[in-house]
Design a binder for this molecule. Sequence first.
Ligand code: ADP
Ligand code: ADP
Length: 238
Amino acid sequence: MLDFNNVTVRYDEAEDPAVDGLTMQIAKGEFVCVLGRSGAGKSTFIRTINGLQPLTGGSVTALGYELGGLDQKKLRQLRSEIGMIFQHFSLIPRMTVRQNVYTGRFGKRSSYRNYLGLFTEEEKQLTSYFLEEVGLLPYADRRVERLSGGQKQRVGIARAMVQEPSILLGDEPVASLDPTTSDHIFQLLRQLHEERELTTVINVHDVELAKKYASRIIGLKQGRLVFDGSPDDMSKAD
Ligand code: ADP
Ligand code: ADP
């Protein structure tokens, strides 16, 4: 499903590569947590998967597409298959929960009508389904700026899920949340993963969360792979 072959990313000014010769595969239905200190290359790594991050060397193949050579149309197609959630949620604060979720499906093509908060019955049903799943249906018409951090991330997750992605990526999605809320968010991610065999790859710096929820843990240090195994293997390595 995801194939990394000697992937290297070096930022212009940097002496050392941010990601340094990573080779690995991720299979359909894995729940992978990427662990590492700040600056280890987690964010860079995850952004190579949807083509947000140009490579200095090597290649990434996602869902059968080799990312390097894609034209705009293919890249859009691939990205529609990949949902993403972010540390700072990346929501539109003044729009409602439902409007934000809707943009996950139709992006910039969301019409002025949706911008005004008007939805057809079908659009309402679709968004309500995913809002229900993340436990936010009662908040559908609330502006996201009025929500708690945990609720905002739930909106982020619903926005990703409304794409009906094959892969879900998370770039430190709980780094701004308190431990209890973080645990709730991981519970939800795990549940979505199990319900649809969703391939999930999430950056996290909290080892305990990774051990509790991941089926596989990948450890990065200075852009290199330093651990790849199950949470049990990790406990043995401690
Ligand atoms: P992590 O997500 O593990 O914190 P990053 O992928 O953000 O790691 O960063 C890896 C390395 O690349 C760090 O040394 C960081 O300073 C550097 N880096 C990240 N983004 C940029 C950028 N846009 N330009 C230059 N250097 C960057
Ligand atoms: P916070 O408590 O900071 O708002 P949480 O992620 O714990 O963040 O919860 C966000 C909201 O989602 C809660 O206020 C609650 O309304 C709802 N919620 C939490 N857990 C569930 C659940 N298991 N089922 C349904 N709704 C939930």
